[in-house]
Design a protein around this ligand. Structure first.
Ligand code: PLP
Length: 387
């Protein structure tokens, strides 16, 4: 595994930190208990560990309190839960061309519930202009969905301005922070978002099967649970408890995932996240510089200022199917990247890469290095020259 270069951190961070793996291994070998159910001491202790993780996550994103952070099994589940704000009050929704299918598909499936959609395209630099969102608002607009950073190009969107606009108009805002949580410092109160959804298995370095939804106070009356059932609280009642986070957390929890998350968060702070952001920026600048020297490579949106992108970029070797390039990178150079549409079809329509079969996506994580970028550039140089 040492020779493999993993550059698909936008899908999930890998490998997970040693402290995360060690805690989960100990849990599986020695504990294996459910949390939030039994009153014996070991079960209580596991429950407390998970709650400590929730508290830490809430403080990292500056949520009003820990109960505003609802654990889910993925970013997709968190987004689906958030979109429940439309079920009681269906109406018009504004999305951007950068949205992921985990937003687009639930909205498409809700067309027969009276949900209509307007897609706002980015300007030439890949950024959504708040004025274009403003122009798309109608009296029926209930929600604005905006990805914080694109999982195709890494472009960071002006979410603070977009949330401010939504708040001025009394419209809810849903921010998809899949590519930014753990990579950029996030303050939900300063951002002013109503809802912020993210996986925990990417920038927060937790295992797959973890995600969360931040919900602004007061929204719970407008958002139904995705599932109903046992929460380990108010068990004498036959109706779902009203209080957060348990209202939205029915059934036995993903304990290995959540204690893995707690172990990961122990080593994270707003400062360490700011450090990761710098690391990603440096790697991205170096990568763009190296790729810019190679004839026959198209990088999408290379001119953006460093501070307006996370460590994700899309490229193509001119005239080549991105899947072929991905296979060659894997089989001949042991470099793992993602190819295709990255679950963001509108992004490729806008980039003009839909007819090309999408792009080759390279994405960095906290363990990525300049040497890896150098090897990627050398490999792409050889591939481009050989065609
Ligand atoms: C922008 C974006 N939104 C949502 C998701 C969905 O997250 P998950 O894979 O945890 O369901 C992803 C993951 O690829 C993503 O990149």
């Amino acid at each position: 595994m040492d020779d493999v270069i993993y550059l698909d951190h936008a899908a999930t961070s890998a490998p997970k930190p040693e402290r995360v793996a060690a805690r989960i291994a100990r849990y599986l070998q020695e504990e294996g208990l459910s949390a939030g159910r039994g009153s014996y001491r070991r079960a209580v202790a596991i429950g407390q560990e998970i709650e400590a993780g929730r508290k830490k996550l809430a403080s990292l994103i500056h949520a009003e309190s820990a109960d505003r952070v609802v654990f889910t099994t993925s970013g997709t589940e968190a987004l689906n839960l958030a979109l429940g704000c439309l079920w009681k009050e269906p109406g018009h929704v504004i999305v951007t061309s950068w949205e992921h299918n985990s937003v687009l598909r639930p909205l498409a499936a809700a067309a027969d519930r009276g949900v209509t959609i307007t897609e706002v395209e980015p300007r030439a630099d890949g950024r959504i202009a708040p004025d274009d969102i403003r122009a798309a608002i109608t009296p029926e607009t209930k929600l604005i969905c905006c990805v914080h950073a694109s999982n195709v190009t890494g472009v960071i969107q002006p979410v603070h301005e977009i949330c401010e606009l939504a708040n001025e108009r009394g419209i809810l805002s849903l921010i998809d922070a899949a590519q930014t949580v753990g990579h950029l410092p996030i303050d939900v109160q300063e951002m002013g978002c109503s809802l912020l959804a993210a996986p925990c298995h990417k920038g927060l370095l937790a295992p797959l099967g973890t995600g969360f939804l931040y919900m602004q106070p007061g929204l719970e009356d407008r958002i139904p649970p995705l599932q109903f059932g046992g929460t380990g609280t108010q068990s004498e009642q036959a109706v779902q408890p009203a209080e957060l986070p348990y209202r939205y957390e029915s059934g036995s929890r993903n304990v290995p995932g959540l204690i893995g998350l707690a172990a990961s968060l122990e080593a994270m702070s707003r400062e360490s996240i700011a450090g990761d952001a710098n690391h990603q920026r440096e790697l991205m600048s170096f990568c763009l510089e190296r790729l810019g020297e190679i004839p026959g490579i198209t990088v999408y949106l290379p001119e953006l200022p460093e501070e307006q992108r996370v460590g994700v970029l899309s490229l193509n070797v001119d005239g080549q199917d991105p899947r072929v390039v991905g296979t060659i990178l894997d089989e001949y150079f042991q470099i793992e990247v993602r190819t295709g549409f990255h679950c963001a079809p509108q992004a490729h329509r806008w980039l003009g890469t839909a007819e090309l079969g999408g792009t080759v996506r390279v994405s960095f994580g906290s363990t990525s290095t300049r040497e890896q970028v150098e090897k990627l550039a050398e490999a792409l140089q050889q591939i481009a020259a050989s065609f």
